[in-house]
Design a protein around this ligand. Structure first.
Ligand SMILES: [Zn+2]
Ligand SMILES: [Zn+2]
Length: 370
C-alpha cells in the first residue's frame, strides 16, 4: 500500500512529507493507522544528529491508532482495535524478558539501533530505495507496520493523543519515579526539566505521596506550568539548587532526584542536591560521547545510588494500560501535558518549538478523531 510519511534524509535536514510504499505486515506484525503521535526529544536528537540513527528514516516513536490488519500469528489484537504503541517489543525469551525486565531485552535492541523491524528487514520503501524504521514504530506517517508486541490494546474511549503520550513520555517519567526510584510518602523529590517526561515524573511523585516536589527548569512559564501539575517549589538551574534543597529538608537534600534533561554537567549538581542514601535517576539520554563525574569519596561515604532508567524500567505492555486507567480515573491528567497540536506537514515547526524549549508536549494529529 501507499502511505504519506515524513522522511528524514539527512541529519539536520528537514522532514519531507512524501508518499512511500509500505509492505504488508508479516506473520508476527500489525498494520496500524496512526491517529496521533507525540514529538519526543529522542526524535529531535536524531534529527539534529546528536544521537546517530540510520537514514533515510521515518522517525516518531510515541503513537496510537487503529489496527487495520494483522499477520497470521497475531491473536491479541484484531482490525478495528485501538492500540497504543510500545517502542520496545520484548522477545519474551531472553534472560531480561524472563526476569521481568523487558526494557533490557537483548533481542530487540540490535534491530532498534539498526532501524529495522525484528527480523532485520524494513517494510518502508521510496521507489527502489529502502527507508529505515525508527524505534520499530515510525509514527510520523499515516500508516505503520509494527512488531506485534508493540501493539498494546487500549479502551476505545481513551483519546489517541493521550494514549500516544502514555507510550513514551509518561511511561518514562512515571516509571523512573515509581519503578526505579520507588518514591514513598513523605519524600522530597527533585525533578530536572518540565517537558513531557519531567512533568510525568512530577505527576507520579504527587501520586506516590511525595511531600515536597521541586522542579528545576530554566523557563519561567514552564516552572509555572509545573506548579499546576503538583510541583510545590521551583528553581532555575543557575540558582544554588543544592543549597535550596538542603534548606527545605533540614540540611539533607532530595530523597530522590530525577534528571529528565540529560545535559552534560547537570548530574554533578543533581548529585550535590541529593541527600545521603538518596537516589539519582538519569532519564534524559546524553550524547554518546558524554561522561559523568561524581566526587568519589562522597559517593562512598554518602551511600548515594546513581542509576539510569530506560522507558520507565517496567513492563510497557502492562504499564501503558495501567497509566491509561489512572488517566480515566482522573488521577493522572496526561491531557494537560499537551501544549500544542500540529499536522504532519508542520512537523519541522513542532521540532523547532521543542528545541526552543517552548513545549510541554507537542502532538501531531493525523485526523480529526484524535
Ligand atoms: Zn520518546
Ligand atoms: Zn528479550
Amino acid at each position: 500500500m501507499r502511505t504519506r510519511a515524513a522522511v528524514l534524509h539527512e541529519q539536520a535536514g528537514p522532514m519531507r512529507t512524501t508518499e512511500l510504499t509500505l509492505d504488508d505486515p508479516r506473520e508476527d506484525e500489525v498494520l496500524v493507522r496512526i491517529a496521533a503521535t507525540g514529538v519526543c526529544a529522542s526524535d529531535a536528537h536524531t534529527r539534529s544528529g546528536r544521537i546517530p540513527s540510520p537514514l533515510p528514516a521515518v522517525l516518531g516513536h510515541e503513537g496510537a491508532g487503529v489496527v487495520v490488519a494483522v499477520g497470521a500469528k497475531v491473536s491479541h489484537v484484531a482490525p478495528g482495535d485501538h492500540v497504543a504503541l510500545s517502542w520496545l517489543p520484548p522477545c519474551g525469551r531472553c534472560r531480561y524478558c524472563l526476569s521481568g525486565r523487558p526494557v533490557l531485552c537483548v533481542a530487540s535492541a540490535p534491530a532498534l539501533l539498526a532501524g529495522t523491524l525484528l527480523d532485520g528487514t524494513v517494510r518502508l520503501h521510496d521507489g527502489d530505495r529502502d527507508v529505515h524504521h525508527y524505534s520499530f514504530l515510525s509514527t510520523f506517517a499515516e500508516y505503520s507496520v509494527v512488531p506485534a508486541p508493540s501493539a498494546v490494546p487500549i479502551p476505545e474511549e481513551v483519546p489517541f493523543a493521550v494514549a500516544a503520550l502514555a507510550g513514551c513520555a509518561v511511561l518514562t517519567g512515571y516509571g523512573a519515579v515509581v519503578n526505579r526510584a520507588r518514591v514513598a510518602p513523605g519524600h522530597t523529590v527533585l525533578v530536572y526539566g518540565a517537558g513531557g517526561v519531567g512533568l510525568s515524573a512530577v505527576m507520579a511523585a504527587r501520586l506516590s505521596g511525595a511531600e515536597q516536589i521541586v522542579v528545576c527548569e530554566p523557563r519561567p512559564d514552564k516552572r509555572e506550568g509545573a506548579r499546576t501539575l503538583g510541583a510545590t517549589h521551583t528553581v532555575a538551574p543557575d540558582d544554588d539548587v543544592g543549597g535550596f534543597l538542603r534548606s527545605l529538608t533540614g540540611g539533607f537534600g532530595a530523597d530522590v532526584t530525577i534528571d529528565a534533561v540529560g545535559s552534560e554537567g547537570l548530574l554533578e549538581q543533581a548529585f550535590d542536591a541529593t541527600a545521603p542514601g538518596g537516589t539519582i535517576v538519569c532519564v534524559g539520554v546524553p550524547a554518546p560521547s558524554a561522561s559523568v563525574r561524581v566526587p568519589a569519596a562522597r559517593f562512598v561515604r554518602e551511600e548515594k545510588y546513581l542509576t539510569g532508567s530506560l522507558y520507565g524500567s517496567g513492563r510497557p505492555t502492562i504499564d501503558i494500560p495501567n497509566l491509561l486507567g489512572l488517566y480515566a480515573a482522573g488521577r493522572l491528567p496526561i491531557d494537560r501535558l499537551i501544549s500544542r497540536r500540529y499536522t504532519l506537514d508542520r512537523l519541522d515547526e513542532a521540532f523547532d518549538d521543542l528545541e526552543a524549549g517552548r513545549l510541554r508536549r507537542g502532538v501531531v494529529i493525523m485526523d480529526a478523531s484524535g
